[in-house]
Design a protein around this ligand. Sequence first.
Ligand code: SF4
Ligand code: SF4
Length: 413
Amino acid sequence: MDFVKLINCMRCGMCLPHCPTYKETFLETASPRGRVALVRKFQEGELVESEKFLEYVSLCLDCQACASACPCGVNAGELVAEFRCERKQEQGLSTMEDLILRKLVPHPDRLEAATAPLRLYQRTGLQKVVRSLGLLKVFPAALERMEGLLPKLPEAPLRQTINEVTPAVGEQKGTVGFFLGCVMSLIFSEASLATVELLSSLGYKVVTPKDQKCCGAPNMLGHDIDGLKEAARFNTDLFQSQQLDFVVTDCGGCGAELKKYGHHLDGEAAATAFSTKVRDISEILATEAGTLKEKLKPLPLKVTYHDPCHIAHCQGIRSQPRALINLIPGIDFRELPEADACCGSAGTYNIEKPEMSDRVLSRKVQNVQKTGADYLVTSNPGCLLQLKKALSEANPPVKVIHLTELLQMSLNA
Ligand code: SF4
Ligand code: SF4
């Protein structure tokens, strides 16, 4: 770990009001400033690795709201993640981590096969029976929680059904690669199909290589740097072998990771060139605002927008999604209070730290209700999963959709 990054913290406290865990606890140890101090003391040998110490460190959501607020460029979330990665490299992966991160996640075929029983579980009606009888209560709480988050799955993952090349409609203005993302393809395939159709309707030929692998974000979450590098190298070679103007993703988490491939591979030229081509879908669509506006039809809806951490804090994208929503005639856009505060999903945080995740989520739900919106728009699968469940149970319920689904609704209205 670069020690300079730790000593850059001048303890001003400007990050504190932006940190979701500090806002819930008002504990210095649950703040960005406190976490930087803890890691620094550990590095200096003044702290030992106690259970309490690891608990403080693991309560960080890695949402990086602190980085957006810090005047000194300190990124406490990233420092904590880096610290945890270094510890993991010393300890090695557990058998379960090796199974999931190395043998399952990097292989789309295996991942799709592993989720096939879930489709059956839903389609046969077994899920309804299990839920109505409360049978999941006999299983570990984490399993019940994961099952509760599961929305209705599409008939097949998008990777299996999409054509490798989607031609441009009308005159072709460019060629883009589409990065599918595991969760988007497996669960939110309709949103990703809308993404590809939007790009095609705006004159882009869309190439979706079916061999692509996971972006490596789960490896990062599991503190598996070697797995992350493998994913980065594979996807770089695959996409760089095509003649592409941009590589587009509609998953905030994937976008943030793909844009760091150059960094992950220590500045390798091919990975750096790949990263500079990566665009979130909102970045591409915002450059087509004029053309898009002519095609959009009125939607009389009250809409608000939640900034995913991986889009706002990690990629600095805030204005584009809002501008795109406001292109739709008839939309009543309502700004969400604390719109860029984490929803508590944060990878597997909502499973591993359910109590804090629920507190953070509850604040988000209250803020959404203050807007009076019928629809909440966002663009990261973790946020979609977390907010779809919570807001479907709110009173009144609020529908949660991906940005490209809203735009497609307007195109087809
Ligand atoms: S992390 Fe940044 S904002 Fe927070 S106390 Fe340190 S210098 Fe200030
Ligand atoms: S990453 Fe998020 S939770 Fe972690 S210290 Fe920064 S603001 Fe707080």
